[in-house]
Design a protein around this ligand. Structure first.
Ligand SMILES: [Zn+2]
Length: 278
């Protein structure tokens, strides 16, 4: 028996096992491609890794999406699970639809796409399956959706979701984080154009439809409030987010209990914080 044949005989079982593992891994990616096929017939599996599956219209787009979320997700996992929670899923699934229409068709007419403060970015996170969906022309919204993915897959999905101000405030706050900065740079707070932020009004909005009615204002105020709590009340914020992961009852009361928000000192400090960011 020649040396080449002996090497082949030894290597063959290893190669078979390797291919089998690849095939099993690809099975889930292929199931995702098939799942979106009705609304997205040209979908291809562009990234198929242990921790990340990306389905998009071509491999280049999928790789671009993968590059956007990979390092960012790892940075959140390394530094912010105390605040955002620990995701239930090892693997993140991303589908980049060709346009908003096909994404909306997949999500269902009743699903509200996350519009973001700018109003023109659309995304959608499915916490049951650990998947995120964005349209091609808003691929950068993946960072924002990754924060939602983190928080949503860390909570008990049978419980109601987070308050809109908390969910959207933290998503906006963390989407600006530079994952390569060490120690992490304080997150940039967006341009604030706030005239008397009414905390009481904001935290009482529990319905997403109502939150979106005055979207630009509510997104901006949510960012300001979360930015303030993150920088000045970090421990209280961690305690509050943890509580919202578990319960939906009396959230305004809970907010008041943890932050003492009706006190004059809280209002003054918040007003100063906002003014200082103009
Ligand atoms: Zn959002």
């Amino acid at each position: 028996m020649s040396a080449a044949v002996r090497v082949a005989l030894v290597a063959l079982p290893f190669a078979a096992v390797f291919l089998l593992i690849r095939w099993i891994g690809s099975g889930e990616a292929e199931r995702w491609r098939a799942r979106v096929e009705a609304q997205f017939p040209d979908a291809v599996v562009g990234v198929d890794e242990d921790a990340l599956i990306v389905v998009a219209e071509d491999v280049a787009t999928a790789r671009q999406a993968g590059a956007l979320v990979r390092g960012f997700r790892d940075a959140l996992a390394a530094r912010y699970t105390d605040l955002l929670g620990a995701p239930r899923f090892e693997r993140m699934v991303v589908v980049v639809f060709p346009d908003v229409e096909s994404l909306q068709a997949y999500a269902g007419a009743a699903a509200r796409l996350d519009r973001g403060a700018a109003g023109n970015l659309h995304g959608y996170t499915d916490p049951l399956h650990g998947a995120m969906f964005v349209p091609r022309d808003a691929i950068e919204v993946l960072r924002h959706e990754t924060v939602h993915w983190f928080m949503e897959t860390a909570r008990d999905v049978t419980a109601p979701s987070y308050s809109p101000w908390l969910s959207e405030g933290l998503a906006q706050l963390f989407e600006t984080l530079d994952p390569d900065a060490s120690p992490p740079r304080p997150p940039r707070i967006g341009r604030l154009r706030l005239d008397g932020l009414d905390v009481d009004r904001l935290i009482r909005i529990e319905d997403y439809g109502e939150f979106l009615l005055d979207g630009p204002r509510n997104y901006e105020e949510a960012l300001a409030l979360c930015g303030f709590l993150f920088e000045r009340r970090r421990e209280g914020l961690e305690e509050y987010v943890k509580a919202e992961r578990r319960t939906a009852s009396s959230r305004p009361v809970l907010f008041e209990d943890i932050f003492g928000a009706s006190g004059e000192a809280f209002r003054r400090e918040l007003a100063e914080f906002v003014a200082g960011r103009r």
